[in-house]
Ligand binder design. Structure first.
Ligand code: AP5
Ligand code: ZN
Length: 219
């Protein structure tokens, strides 16, 4: 099963992707996480991605698509993937469709997680993520059991440098200009499921799984 989670920065793609991947036993491919891991490791890919991430703009398509295709060729991606933060524009969407078609596969469903701009800003201003496994937390809504430490792996929690007010504003502008058009792209192919992303993490997670089960799993 190949699923895309689509939504604005802070909509909860990373939070729900981790849950969905575990529930459906498929891989979780998050381009933002892959870039941040490359930055942590100090690789050439990380050096290039840092420039764009700091500015809240998209990395070049060639860089991003090549990274995703490499990740997609790993054995754990064979039985399915939840894509989080990819594709981010039409060129990336077409590249993904093409790569899956070569393996006689296709995107099954695209879950669009809709959240108001006010709530996005509230979520991003309180977000903390794990330096080791990238799990997102929220200082008040979903705090870790031990302050500053990841529940899953014990890694250090930190605030993303691109979660400052100015860069968040830029990321939202980029989202509306470049990524939001994908909503109609996937609606046309009748793959889009729209989910109200407001409400608790558990409630939204339940809605996502229920919708996917109804549409795909029991098909
Ligand atoms: P990326 O890391 O993908 O960031 P993003 O799309 O801006 O999305 P976020 O990670 O900010 O939000 P999310 O929807 O995952 O929310 P989360 O679950 O964390 O991209 C960063 C940068 O990398 C880009 O700017 C670009 O430079 C580059 N990049 C990445 N992909 C690229 C691509 N394909 N092409 C080119 N460049 C690319 O949740 C947010 C917060 O809310 C958390 O604190 C969470 O705990 C909380 N929360 C979640 N759900 C709920 C809920 N239901 N109720 C209350 N709180 C909640
Ligand atoms: Zn962790």
């Amino acid at each position: 099963m190949y699923i895309i989670l689509l939504g604005a920065p802070g909509a909860g793609k990373g939070t729900q992707a981790a849950y969905v991947a575990q529930k459906l036993k498929v891989a979780h491919i998050a381009t933002g996480d892959l870039f941040r891991q490359a930055i942590e490791r100090g690789t050439e890919l990380g050096r290039q991605a840092k420039y764009y991430m700091e500015r809240g703009i998209l990395s070049p398509d060639e860089l991003t698509i090549q990274m995703v295709l490499e990740r997609l060729s790993a054995p754990d991606s064979k039985s399915g993937v939840v894509f989080d933060g990819f594709p981010r524009n039409l060129k990336q969407a077409e590249a993904l469709d093409g790569a899956l078609a070569q393996q006689a596969k296709a995107i099954d469903r695209v879950v669009y997680i809709k959240v108001s701009e006010e709530e996005l800003l509230r979520r991003l201003s309180g977000r903390l993520i794990c330096r080791n496994c990238q799990m997102p937390y929220h200082a008040t809504d979903s705090p870790p059991q031990v302050w500053g430490k990841c529940d899953k792996c014990g890694g250090e929690l930190y605030q993303r440098p691109d979660d400052n007010v100015e860069t968040v504003k830029k990321r939202l502008d980029v989202y509306f200009a470049e990524t939001a058009p994908l909503i109609s792209y996937y609606a046309k192919s009748e793959k889009l499921i729209e989910i109200d992303g407001e409400g608790s993490v558990a409630k939204v997670g339940e809605k996502v799984i229920t919708a996917l089960k109804k549409e795909v799993i029991n098909k």
